[in-house]
Write a protein that binds this ligand. Structure first.
Ligand code: ZN
Length: 412
């Protein structure tokens, strides 16, 4: 087991005038409290407490100051203060919420002062989505966070920690690729080839696909009805409940996918590259084939972080035609029915095959053929995942903290 720590980057999305004022208000109170405690030369938490207690700040910000000021005065021996210190909050000061039904999916609760919080929509760095899923599921722990403004935009940097297994040193070409197909009928399908190259042990989560479709339908029907009656609040809490149920299904399935991988010797989980999908498919094709953009991304993120927890590598491949080609001969066939793939090549021994399993094998095979994509996403110009790289103006101390990120290769 290794403890993996990362700084998660979130951008607050268009806070309205009221919230901007509240954020600035808090920053001002924080800066004053910091300056005050610093000028008073506080070298212990108790001394700092006596100063910061008088400020209108949340307990999380005050506690962060109590820890931080003695560090500045003793450890770092800072001569004077920079005037752009981020507002710090101690562990678990923030709360994260996921509402996949909304255009902006992530929300963050920022403690403003005692008994007053600000809920704000936030855009994460898309490459860190797995971490957010882990935090949201309680599989990662939230540490200290920092709030700051740059060029009129507010950012949050959240420290997160989780336990992971070391990845084994087996070379890539000696690994057994497990294709993971995410679809409409079967929520997830996995398959790999045995030592003789024959597809083996296909596993489909078809009932779960049905459950998720039913829940989504229930949600949209009820939401329309409730909105017509003007019951926005009920619609929202009902929605939260339904999406929580869907999330539970997702977590169980993604855990089982990783368990499947654990049962295979030297496994590598192979997923389709999301950015590639957006580039190579037209919208209709994408939506027809996929249960939904968000579901796809969410399942991927959950599989990724759970695989890393178990030391199982994850790779992505070019998804072009993985559902249309025959895994035996490579010819493009068709689907007479949702669950059936039909090969039209007369010379091919295969006639019909379970369509999702056929897709999963194709995905696995791309790993071997080298059609994989590097882990890094191209810069996100897609609105659904836009967020880009967010960097922060930071004081020297927080820079040092950011550098504690370990095992950078696991970035997920
Ligand atoms: Zn064929």
């Amino acid at each position: 087991m290794t403890e993996l720590t990362k700084t998660l980057e979130l951008k607050l999305v268009d806070p309205n005038a009221h919230k901007r004022r509240k954020l600035r208000e808090m920053r001002e109170a924080y800066q004053h409290a910091l300056q005050d405690a610093f000028d008073a030369g506080c070298t212990t938490q108790t001394e700092a407490n006596d100063v910061v207690i008088n400020y209108d700040l949340s307990g999380y910000a005050k506690n962060a100051l109590k820890k931080y000021v003695p560090q500045l005065t003793t450890t770092y021996n800072a001569g004077e203060l920079h005037d752009d210190h981020p507002v710090r909050f101690t562990n678990e000061g923030l709360r994260l919420d996921h509402k996949p039904e909304n255009a902006i999916e992530w929300y963050v609760k920022i403690p403003h002062h005692e008994d007053y919080d600000l809920w704000m929509p936030a855009q994460p760095n898309p490459e860190q989505r797995g971490w957010l899923e882990a935090l949201n599921a309680g599989d990662a722990t939230m540490g200290e966070s920092r709030l700051f403004e740059r060029d009129g935009t507010w950012y949050l940097h959240v420290t997160a920690t989780r336990d992971v297994e070391e990845c084994s040193e087996v070379p890539a070409e000696e690994r057994t690729p497990i294709g993971v197909d995410i679809g409409e009928a079967s929520l997830v399908t996995v398959c790999h080839r045995d030592d003789h190259g024959s597809p083996t042990a296909p596993e489909l989560w078809a009932d779960e696909g049905k459950t998720v479709r039913r829940l989504r339908k229930t949600y949209f029907t009820a939401k329309r009805r409730l909105q017509r009656r003007g019951s926005e609040r009920i619609a929202e809490s009902f929605g939260d409940d339904v999406w929580r149920q869907i999330d539970d299904v997702f977590h169980r399935v993604t855990r089982e996918v990783v368990q499947y991988a654990e049962s295979v010797e030297n496994p590598v989980l192979v997923l389709e590259d999301l950015t590639y999908i957006r580039e190579s498919m037209d919208y209709g094709e994408f939506m027809n084939r996929r249960l939904h953009g968000w579901g796809f991304a969410k399942l991927h993120a959950q599989i990724r972080y759970k695989a890393v927890e178990k030391g199982i590598p994850v790779e992505t491949v070019n998804p072009r035609n993985t559902s249309k080609e025959c895994h035996a001969c490579g010819e493009v066939g068709y689907r007479p029915r949702q669950a059936t793939f039909k090969c039209t090549n007369d010379a091919c021994w295969m006639d019909e095959y379970q369509a999702d399993v056929n897709g999963a094998i194709n995905i696995a095979d791309r790993y071997l053929s080298g059609e994989s994509r590097p882990r890094e996403h191209t810069d996100g110009n897609d609105s659904a995942e836009d967020g880009g790289r967010l960097t922060a103006p930071q004081d020297a101390q927080s820079d040092a903290e950011t550098q504690q990120e370990t095992l950078g290769t696991y970035a997920s």
